[in-house]
Structure formats: C-alpha cells, structure tokens
Design a protein around this ligand. Structure first.
Ligand SMILES: [Zn+2]
Length: 279
C-alpha cells in the first residue's frame, strides 16, 4: 500500500513530462463530416446538412495537405455514407489521431405561432355565437446566424476516460491495455482528460477567432455532452459552421466562396493551435 502510494506520488510529480512527451505534436488530424447516408442531418430550403459537412471536410483536408504537408489527414467519411458514432471513434482511435474535428451545420428548432384568421358562428344551445378561428403557422426560418464550437461537456468524462484508457499508447504498459479499475491509473487518466479538455477549448477559441475575423457572428466555444466527442482519445471539437435554416447563411454555405472561407477559418485555427502546441 505504502509503496504504491509513493510510486503514485513519484509518478504524478513527473507526470507532466511523462504524460506530454510526444503528446503535443499534431501529426494526424481526423476530419469527421457530420451525418451522411441515411442521416441527412438538418435541412434547409436548398440543401441538406450531410452534403455541406462533406464538402467542407474535404476542402479542409485538401487545405491541410497544402498548408501543413507534415500532417496526415484521416477522414471518417469521404462519400455520402453513414458511419455510426462508434465507427467514427474507431477510425479516429485506431489511426492514432492527434485532433478530432467534427463538422456540422446548425439549425434552430423553429417556432410555432397561432394566429387568428377570422371568426365563425357556432351553435351553443339554442343560440349562435361567434368564435374566433385560428391557424397554426410553423416558422422554419431563423434570423440567428454565426458559428459555434463545442468541446466535450464534463458529464461525459467517464466515457472519455474509458476511450483514453483503451487507446492511449503513452500510458499503457507492455501488456498494451490499461487497467482502468486501478485507482492509480484512474488518476492518471483523469489528468489526461483534463489536459485534452483544455487543449480542445484552446483549439475551439482559435477557430472561433478566425470566423470572427472573417466577419461571422461569434456564438462562442461551449461545453456539451456530445457523444461524438466522448469516444475519441484525443482533443476534439465539433464546429457548427452556420445555420441551414437561415436563408442567407444557407446560401453562403452552399457557395464555393463561402465554403472556401469556412474551410480557411478552420485550417487557420488549427495552424495557430499547432504552432502554439508544438512551441
Ligand atoms: Zn449535425
């Protein structure tokens, strides 16, 4: 008991170096185009989310190869197919990705309004009375605009810890598999998760900054318990690149110039993150 405690303290005392040796290099980036195939995602007037996420992911990948030739790009999909979330995690983890970038398009829930269109006469006992007539209107469109980036919410942490325990090479021993039930290991993994979270926030901020400097509305970096981010053993963000049910933004996201601008913001954000992480 005592020796294991001492070992634990020693380990934690040296853990920054141990944990982050090789940990900060960005050599492999996983690009995840949201939805796909049977899952169209959110729908606008002229397009589906799954097509826009694929277009932008492929463009981001092309630009990464151009501007960061030392970085390998791994896609979770390159065509109109639907990999499950588990399959997306497996692609990311088995390829040993250093960053997980999931691309999505936002949509608001829409608004239902009941308006009076007139009146009518109805029988009430022996009398006829005039009552209002209503009509329900669904407003699908929104004037909300801009981009937001999500990082993993804390309540998903135990799942993230599981993924890190399973795949992270730096903290596995010769047997290749971590015992996540071991309290000592659990503490180390918890530290990892914390580090991944703060790196994810840094990356998110840098990407949002780029969107902002392009004149897009900055909706910020937010935490959410997103399944898609929980299963990958690496820092990750989910970027909502605009609102598909905002007609102006939908048009922008469907244009070649708009897609190029969105991809540029993401790539510049990654480059800024990479430069800082590898300093
Ligand atoms: Zn989506």
């Amino acid at each position: 008991m005592r020796t294991s405690l001492i070992a634990l303290f020693l380990f934690l005392a040296f853990s920054p170096q141990l944990l982050f040796a090789n940990g900060k290099k960005v050599k492999k980036i996983v690009l995840d185009a949201g939805h796909g195939g049977k899952d169209g995602g959110a729908r606008g007037k002229i397009s589906s989310e799954k097509d826009l996420t694929l277009d932008v992911s492929l463009l981001v990948g092309k630009m990464i190869k151009e501007y960061m030739p030392d970085v390998e790009v791994i896609y979770t999909r390159t065509t109109d197919v639907y990999p499950s979330l588990v399959q997306r995690h497996e692609i990311a983890n088995q390829n040993g990705g250093d960053l997980f970038i999931s691309i999505h398009v936002n949509s608001t829930a829409g608004r239902t309004q009941r308006i009076q269109t007139g009146t009518k006469l109805v029988k009430k006992g022996k009398k006829k009375v005039r009552v209002p007539v209503y009509k329900t209107i669904h407003h699908r469109e929104t004037s909300t605009s801009g981009t937001e980036t999500y990082v993993l919410g804390l309540h998903r942490n135990s799942q993230k810890e599981g993924a890190i325990g399973e795949y992270s090479e730096e903290i596995t021993d010769e047997t290749g598999m971590l015992n996540t039930n071991d309290p000592q290991t659990a503490i180390i993994i918890a530290q990892y998760t914390q580090a991944y979270l703060s790196r994810s926030i840094t990356l998110g901020n840098k990407i949002q900054q780029q969107f902002y400097s392009q004149g897009r509305n900055d909706l910020g970096v937010k935490q959410k318990g997103l399944e898609v981010l929980a299963g990958s053993a690496m820092p990750g963000v989910l970027i909502e690149i605009g609102f598909i049910n905002n007609p102006e933004e939908e048009e922008y996201l469907n244009s070649a110039a708009g897609q190029k601008e969105v991809a540029t913001a993401i790539v510049k954000g990654i480059m800024a993150y990479k430069a800082e992480a590898e300093k």
